[in-house]
Design a protein around this ligand. Sequence first.
Ligand code: NAD
Length: 294
Amino acid sequence: MTQTAFIGLGHMGLPMARNLLRAGYPLKVFDLVRSAVDTLAGEGAVAADSAADAIDQAKVVISMLPASRHVEGLYLGDDGLLARLPAGTLVIECSTIAPESARKVHAAARERGIALLDAPVSGGTGGAAAGTLTFMVGGEAQTLEKARPMLAAMGKNIFHAGPEGAGQVAKVCNNQVLAVQMIATAEAMAMGVANGLEPAVLAEIMRQSSGGNWTLEKYNPWPGVMENAPASKGYSGGFMAELMAKDLGLAQETASHSGNSTPMGALALQLYRLLLKQGKGKQDFSVVQQLFVE
Ligand code: NAD
C-alpha cells in the first residue's frame, strides 16, 4: 500500500487518518499537538517529529489544517514541503482555504512536477468518523482518479468541482448556506420555545415540514434535542465558530472577486463575528443559538 504522510490531526484530520489506517494505508503522522500524534501512533501509525519527517519516503501527502496561512506556511517557501517533495508525489490538501490561496499552492506544485488537489470536505466530525465525508475536488481529473481510492476510504461522495481552486469555491458556497440555515434554525427554535413549545416537538415538526434542513436533520442547535449533537455536549467538539467565521469571510472575498451580492452571507458573517467577540470562537458553530436566548 502507498506510504502516506498525514499532517493536521485535529477534529477532522484525526478521524480521517484513522479511516485510512483501518483501510490498510501505512501512515506517518504529524501535528503540532503531540497528544494527537500519540493517539494515532497507538493505533498503528508511525509518529513523526515534524512535517519534514512525516513526508520522508511518502508517495502521498494529505493535510488537514485550519486556514490559508497554515497551508501556505506548510507548503510554500524555501523550507516548505513542496521544495522537499520529489516530482511525482501526490498531495491531497483537504483544509478549507481561500480559492486564491489554493491556486497559489497549485501553481507552486505544478512548477515542481507535483500533482496536487484541493479537496475540502463536508460532513462534519460525524462524517469524518463514519468515513462518509463529501469531497469537493479541484484539479486535474486524472489526478483525482489517482487519489480516488484514498478519498473513498474517508468519504462517500467524491465530486470533481472543476480546475484548480474549484473545490474551495464549492466549499465556501456550501458553508455560506450551512451558516444561514443554522442561524435561521436557532432563531426559530428560540422563538418557538419562548412561545411555549417543547424544543424537541418543534424541532421534529420543522424537520418534517418545509423548514426542514441539514441542521434540523443532523445538528440541532438547541441543547438536549439531539443526544449526539454538540449542543447537547456544551457546544464542544464539532466545527468551531471561529472556523465558520473564517469560511464566511472567504465567501465574502469570493463574492467580492466576482461582484456577487450575498446579503445573507454578509449578515451571517457579522453574527459569527459577534460570537467571537463574546469569547465563543472555540465552541461549536451551533453555539449561535445563544445569541437568541436570555
Ligand atoms: P482543528 O483546529 O481541530 O485542527 C487543525 C489541526 O491542525 C490542529 O490539530 C493543529 O494543531 C494542526 N496544525 C496547525 N498548523 C499545523 C502545522 N503547521 N503542522 C501540523 N499541524 C498543524 O480544525 P478542524 O475542525 O479539524 O478543521 C480543519 C479544516 O477542515 C479547517 O479548514 C476547517 O474549516 C475544515 N472543516 C472542518 C469541519 C468540522 O466540522 N470541524 C468540517 C468541514 C471542514
